[in-house]
Design a protein around this ligand. Structure first.
Ligand code: PXP
Length: 251
C-alpha cells in the first residue's frame, strides 16, 4: 500500500450552514464561504444535499458551489428524475444517492437497493454516462455491497449512524457495529468499490472509524458545523484532519 492509498479524505457537509441561514430567510451565513474556509483548512471535498423540499441547500447554492469552489463537490440527492436533471446540468464530481423521506430529520438509514432497484440502476447509468462518479449510501450489509456492485456504482458510502448512536450508549453493541463496518469495508474494497463512510461522526467516533484501512473518505457535517459555534470552522476541520492523519500514520 502506498501512502496515497492510506490517505483518508475529509468531505465536509455544509448543509447546516444553510439550515442556520434559512432560519432567518436571508443570505447569512453563506454555505459558499463555509466551503471556502473548509478548503483552506484542509477539507478534500464539499458535500451538499439538495433535498426535494429545499429545507437547507438551495438550487442557487449548488450553482455557486460548482462555479466557485476549488475542491470536488459531492452532490447528495434522492434518485429522482428532478435531481437527475439538476445533476446533469451542473456536473458535480460525484453524486451520492441517498434515501429521502420528507418527515425525517436527517438521512436515517441506507438506500433500499432492492425496492428502488430499477430507479437506482437508471440513475447510476445516466450519471456515469455524463462522467459523474456515483456513490450509493448503504447500511453495512453484505447483500447491499453485492447489489451496489451489480448496479455498477463506483463507490459505496457506509452509513455510520448506528455505530455513532451506540458509541456512548452500549459499548458491546458499538463494537458489533464497528465490526460490521470494518468487515463490509473490506468486502467492498475487495470487489473493487471505493469505500466511504459517514453519518453522526464526531471527534471520538472519527478516531475509531479512521482505523478502518479500506476507507478512502469520511463525510462529516452536523458535528463540524455545531462545534464551529464554539471553536470556529477552520479550527474544527484542522482538528479532524489531525485525528484522521494520526490514525493512518499508525498503519
Ligand atoms: N453522508 C451522507 C450520505 C449523509 O446523508 C449525511 C447527512 O447529510 C452525512 C454523510 C453527514 O452526516 P452528519 O451530518 O451526521 O455528519
Amino acid at each position: 500500500m502506498t501512502s496515497d492509498d492510506l490517505y483518508l479524505r475529509l468531505g465536509v457537509n455544509i448543509d447546516h450552514v444553510a439550515t442556520i441561514r434559512n432560519a432567518r430567510g436571508g443570505s447569512h451565513p453563506d454555505p459558499l464561504k463555509a466551503a471556502q474556509i473548509a478548503y483552506k483548512a484542509g477539507a478534500d471535498g464539499i458535500t451538499a444535499h439538495l433535498r426535494e423540499d429545499r429545507r437547507h441547500i438551495s438550487d442557487i447554492d449548488i450553482s455557486r458551489l460548482i462555479d466557485e469552489i476549488d475542491i470536488p463537490l459531492n452532490l447528495e440527492m434522492a434518485p429522482t428524475n428532478e435531481m437527475l436533471k439538476i445533476a446533469i446540468k451542473h456536473k458535480p464530481n460525484a453524486c451520492c444517492l441517498v434515501p429521502e423521506k420528507r418527515e425525517e430529520i436527517t438521512t436515517e438509514g441506507g438506500l433500499d437497493l432492492f425496492k428502488k432497484n430499477q430507479q437506482i440502476r437508471e440513475c447510476v447509468h445516466v450519471l456515469k454516462s455524463e462522467g459523474i462518479r456515483v456513490s450509493l449510501f448503504i447500511d453495512p450489509k453484505k447483500e447491499d455491497i453485492q447489489e451496489a456492485l451489480n448496479l455498477n456504482s463506483d463507490i459505496v458510502e457506509i452509513h455510520t449512524g448506528s455505530f455513532s448512536n451506540k458509541f456512548y450508549a452500549d459499548k458491546k453493541e458499538m463494537q458489533n457495529e464497528f465490526g460490521k463496518i470494518k468487515e463490509m469495508a473490506q468486502l467492498a474494497k475487495g470487489m473493487g468499490l471505493e469505500v466511504h463512510a459517514g453519518h453522526g461522526l464526531n471527534y471520538e467516533t472519527t478516531e475509531l472509524i479512521s482505523k478502518i484501512k479500506p476507507l478512502k473518505e469520511l463525510n462529516i457535517g452536523h458535528f463540524i458545523i455545531g462545534e464551529s459555534v464554539f471553536d470556529g470552522l477552520d479550527c474544527v476541520i484542522k482538528k479532524f484532519r489531525a485525528i484522521m492523519n494520526n490514525q493512518r500514520k499508525n498503519f
